[in-house]
Design a protein around this ligand. Structure first.
Ligand code: ADP
Ligand code: ADP
Length: 228
């Protein structure tokens, strides 16, 4: 079964702007792919429909066998537990330690803070921040903060991770480190979908690429179709 399916999805904002037009695609389990296109092409909107920050105007978004049109009220929070989200601007709590930020999704789902320590340590090790657990986000570099955001997004082992311009503020070396981290997720059962307008970076990764242009899905490039 697919992890995610867009069926003829259109999104028109209240302003009248059609940000997505009849977009259809499917993401398989354990897949990693990019969504690219110029600024304003609809990348953020597409991701927002997946974590229910926005709703489609037409068409359907399916997450596994769940039709997101029917996910309302209290069930929105339940849905979001299965979708990890990484933002360009991290959105970390500045007055909480790295460990508290990372453990937050577990606390929100009702686990006692005393019981989350082991998983927090393990995920911080995975992102290379094992020695920064007690630091405040403001004491970390941009790349480290982004890794905290990723640790927080993956600690609850989501079926899908969506990332909106996750390397937007990072230099090429740090971007490559973050991408390596994303590449390690599919083998652990998390599909990964990354919106990026950095074409050079996207090409280097040699993954599937959805190309948006003015809200339309104009290409779906598979790595096996690329010439050597
Ligand atoms: P991208 O992420 O590719 O830059 P967005 O999804 O942010 O594209 O935006 C797609 C289009 O929708 C743009 O024209 C943008 O200005 C418009 N848009 C985005 N969010 C809103 C909103 N909340 N209200 C009205 N228009 C919006
Ligand atoms: P992003 O590229 O991540 O979408 P933006 O700076 O374009 O970030 O948008 C910031 C916020 O403003 C987003 O929540 C987006 O939905 C909203 N937004 C973007 N474009 C418009 C617009 N034309 N009218 C109203 N809201 C917008």
């Amino acid at each position: 079964m697919s992890v995610l399916r867009f069926d003829n999805v259109s999104k028109r904002y209240a302003s009248g702007r059609e940000a997505l037009s009849e977009v259809s695609f499917e993401v398989g389990a354990g897949e990693m792919l990019f969504v690219t296109g110029h600024s304003g092409a609809g990348k953020s909107t597409l991701l927002k429909l997946i974590h229910l920050s926005e709703r489609p105007s037409r068409g359907a978004v399916l997450f596994g066998d769940r039709n997101l049109l029917k996910v309302r009220g209290r069930r929105v929070a339940l849905h979001r537990r299965e979708v990890g989200v990484v933002f360009q601007d991290h959105r970390l709590l500045t007055d909480r330690s790295v460990a508290d930020n990372v453990g937050l999704p577990l606390v929100l789902r009702g686990e006692r803070r005393a019981d989350t320590g082991k998983r927090v340590r393990s995920v911080l090790d995975r992102v290379g921040l094992g020695d920064r657990a007690g630091a405040l986000p403001g004491q970390l570099s941009a790349g480290e903060q982004q890794r905290v955001g990723i640790a927080r997004a993956i600690i609850a082992e989501p079926r899908l991770l969506v990332a909106d311009e996750p390397t937007g503020n990072l230099d090429p070396t740090l971007s490559a480190e973050i991408m390596a981290l994303f590449e390690s997720l599919p083998e652990r059962g998390t599909s990964v979908m990354i919106a990026s307008h950095d074409l050079a970076l996207v090409k280097r990764m040699r993954k599937r690429v959805l190309v948006l242009n003015q809200g339309r899905l104009v290409d779906d490039i598979r790595p096996e179709d690329l010439a050597e």
